[in-house]
Design a protein around this ligand. Structure first.
Ligand code: NAI
Ligand code: 2OP
Length: 309
């Protein structure tokens, strides 16, 4: 049987860590591509040499040439600038527009059947751009944000209650930014909604910390997070390659669902072979729906700003 091929564009913090997760999970052969010469080659070789220790097989290629990405099943796009302290994800718009446009064109030329998983910020806008530049159908272009934002929410709930993160599930909708919409009503501990376990004040504090989750790490680290973002991408890649039909919050192209049209926004989707199989519409209260629409409006504003650049 042919092994799956995963190309990761941008071999920096998120890209290289994602390659590591993909290798350990044995999701397929991995190509790491970057504009910096030598760096992806060195990281791929280093990764290959951890195989005998960790007991995984695979072909790991580091490259600066898109020919090596040819025939990829999934392409993860992490190339671009990351936030530094004081910057918002939106500050990255102009630089990353140029980078993502170039990268997606090159990827499509060599892998016309691939599924694109976008990570570069501002996430929902860059995913929109990737769909536009690639011309791919909507099921084959999606963005990673909700898995990470939900993971942060889950972590904070588990820390608050002193329970295993494995028991905590959470749902975060909306754009990957300050307007994201964590949904306590749909967040549970072993099936029990957190609204039954925590006071409103504590839930509000956790929601706020989740919204600021990326910023908190930028302030501590001096650059943006990468362990949890990369693990989140690997979970999505695994769902696609193993046709797992996972229900995951991802940035997906909406055409009327939730009353939002022609935009990438974070919503629960069914993810498996071929990419996005279904956008799942859950019932929202008026307040939750208004928050989602505010978030979508912020994404739309950024998409319009990008079109002017
Ligand atoms: P990084 O700076 O460590 O890595 C980015 C890499 O992209 C660098 O190695 C750089 O040389 C490369 N690159 C730049 N232009 C390129 C091009 N034209 N072709 C190929 N490679 C190119 O940054 P990091 O931390 O890995 O973050 C990458 C992106 O992901 C940033 O935009 C960041 O904001 C975003 N991000 C998104 C998250 C999400 O949840 N969606 C979470 C974390 C980061
Ligand atoms: C994060 O949420 C910066 O988007 C990145 O960590």
């Amino acid at each position: 049987m042919r092994r799956h091929k995963i190309s990761i564009i941008g071999a920096g913090n998120v890209g290289a860590t994602c390659a590591h997760w993909a290798a350990v999970k044995e999701l397929g052969d991995v190509v790491l591509l970057d504009v910096i010469e030598g760096m992806p080659q060195g990281k791929a070789l280093d990764l290959a040499q951890s195989g005998p220790v960790e007991d995984f097989d695979g072909v790991f290629v580091g490259t600066n040439d898109y020919k090596d990405t040819a025939g990829s099943d999934v392409i993860v796009i992490t190339s671009g600038m990351a936030r530094k302290p004081g910057m918002t994800r939106e500050d990255l718009l102009e630089a990353n527009k140029q980078i993502v446009t170039k990268v997606v064109s090159s990827c499509v030329e060599h892998s016309p059947g691939a599924i694109l998983v976008v990570v570069t910020n501002p996430l929902d806008t860059m995913t929109y751009l990737a769909k536009h530049v690639s011309g791919f159908p909507k099921n084959r272009v999606l963005g990673q944000a909700g898995v990470l934002d939900s993971a942060r929410f889950r972590t904070f709930v588990a820390m608050e209650l002193g329970v295993s993160v494995e028991n905590v599930h959470a749902c975060v909708l909306g754009g990957h930014g300050d307007t994201m919409v964590p949904l306590p009503r749909y967040s549970t501990v072993a099936g029990i909604p957190i609204t039954h376990l925590l006071s409103k004040e504590r839930i509000d504090a956790i929601v706020e910390r989740t919204r600021d989750g990326g910023g908190e790490i930028v302030r501590l680290l001096g650059t943006s997070a990468y362990y949890a973002p990369a693990a989140s991408v690997a979970e999505m890649v695994e769902a696609i390659l193993l046709d797992q039909n996972r229900i995951l919050p991802c940035s997906a192209y909406l055409q009327g669902q939730y009353g939002i049209d022609g935009l990438y926004v974070g919503v629960p989707i069914k993810l498996g072979a071929g990419g996005v199989k279904q956008v799942i519409e859950i019932e929202l209260t008026d307040e939750e729906r208004a928050a989602l629409h505010r978030s979508a409006a912020a994404v739309r504003e950024l998409v319009e700003a990008m079109k002017q650049l």
